[in-house]
Design a protein around this ligand. Structure first.
Ligand code: ADP
Ligand code: MG
Length: 384
């Protein structure tokens, strides 16, 4: 796939590119008021390929409209690459949008009296990008990339819905904007075209473009670097959604409310061996070491857990004291979500599927711990 792009190679330090702070959106009309977004806080980093998923009516399109400046929040702030989107005038914002965002709308919005090539060239004309002579060539290149080269001269109504959608995607890429925002971009495509578009997005994100894609297809999240779940206008905690994916959305929200946030400095002890365990812990960020006390002074690290892993479940499910100690890895601070024993028991009752998944992990871990224990004994014998 050849695509000329101005984006620089992705550096190791990704910056926060998009920040949505306490976004509330209330629609007011004759029927009354409806709050579609209820306090959204979301930070996206440069180069992320993000899937936004949620049921129909959950607020996905509204969320995108806040990000693109197409609609304005009732309260809250959106900052994109240091620019406060709603501090600009309407006309400044419109130009800013053209330069910085490539947008694929849910209902394409191709202009009916322009052919596909002209539709793709439109954003270039609008922001005055590329020489006039160069625009058709570049637009054609984009149409070729989405498999529409032969249809370039046709009007939108002369091609299929899926082809119109592909043309809308080509149009979104036409100004080489650093951010691509797409509302169900593959909703009307067959699986082959869908894969092709996702490959294309994947490649663009690898080159440093940031892609935010609304989708109702949960399998799509396997292809993105991050998944954001929205439910009734609220974001579901990403750590909980990733760690306990078998929970229903209301249960995820409930867990989020009940969980306590804990922070540990690098190297700090979180659980001490032989002490009672009072919580179920989920790692939001950082790494922890699970340590068995052998004869060695600092113990033997039997496993290292990272973001979206959990611990404490063995003791809570089987009873008893901590078999091993757990400490924050020496090179990173740790953030945890902690559920009390009562809340954990409630959760296991409320979600039998989750209970089953966690029980399986318990069995696997106990086996691994026994093996590690045997290894330690052998080593000690050896030394004697
Ligand atoms: P999604 O894209 O997740 O399907 P939307 O963001 O389009 O959901 O809509 C979220 C909710 O806000 C829906 O209940 C919808 O009816 C309502 N809504 C969206 N736009 C408007 C509007 N302009 N006026 C009133 N209600 C709206
Ligand atoms: Mg929508």
């Amino acid at each position: 796939m050849t695509l000329r792009t101005q984006t620089l190679p992705l550096s190791a330090n990704r910056k926060n590119l998009i920040e949505m702070q306490s976004i509330v959106k209330t629609f007011v009309n004759a029927a009354g008021e409806f709050t579609a977004l209820r306090g959204i806080d979301l930070t996206l980093q440069e180069g992320e390929f993000v899937a936004v998923i949620g049921k129909s009516g959950s607020g996905k399109s509204t969320l995108l409209n806040m990000l693109t400046g197409i609609d304005h929040p009732t309260t809250g702030k959106v900052v994109v690459d240091g620019v406060d989107v709603y501090a600009m005038s309407e006309s400044q914002r419109s130009l800013w949008r053209g330069r910085n965002l490539g947008i694929v709308f849910q209902f394409f919005q191709l202009l009916p009296m322009l052919n596909l090539l002209e539709n793709v060239m439109l954003p270039m004309d609008y922001v005055g990008m590329y020489d006039i002579d160069e625009r058709p060539k570049r637009a054609m290149e984009l149409l070729r990339m989405v498999g529409l080269e032969e249809h370039a001269q046709k009007l939108p109504r002369a091609v299929s819905t899926g082809q119109q959608q592909s043309a809308a995607i080509a149009r979104a890429l036409s100004t080489d904007a650093p951010i691509i925002v797409a509302d169900e971009p593959t909703g009307n495509l067959d699986s082959r075209s869908t894969n092709h578009i996702i490959d294309l997005f994947d490649e663009l994100s690898a080159r440093g473009k940031t892609i935010v894609m609304v989708t109702h297809d949960p399998s799509m999240t396997q292809r993105t670097s991050r998944t954001v779940v929205i439910s009734d206008g609220e974001l579901v905690n990403e750590t909980i959604a990733q760690t306990l994916p078998l929970l229903t959305l209301p249960l995820m929200k409930e867990v989020n409310k009940k969980a306590e946030r804990l922070h540990f400095q690098p190297g700090a002890t979180i659980l001490r061996a032989k002490n009672p365990v009072k919580n179920f812990f989920i790692i939001s960020s950082g790494k922890v070491d699970v340590v068995l006390k052998g004869k060695r002074k600092d113990g033997l690290v039997i496993s290292r857990l990272g973001a979206n892993d959990f611990f404490g479940e063995i003791e809570l499910l089987r009873g008893g004291k901590s078999i091993a100690s757990v400490r924050a890895a020496i090179d990173s601070p740790v953030e945890l979500l902690a559920l009390s024993r009562e809340d954990f028991n409630w959760l296991m009752q409320a979600s039998p599927l989750t209970e089953k998944a966690i029980s399986n992990t318990v069995q696997k871990r106990i086996k691994e711990n026994k093996q590690a224990g045997r290894r330690i004994k052998k080593k000690v014998k050896h030394k004697k």
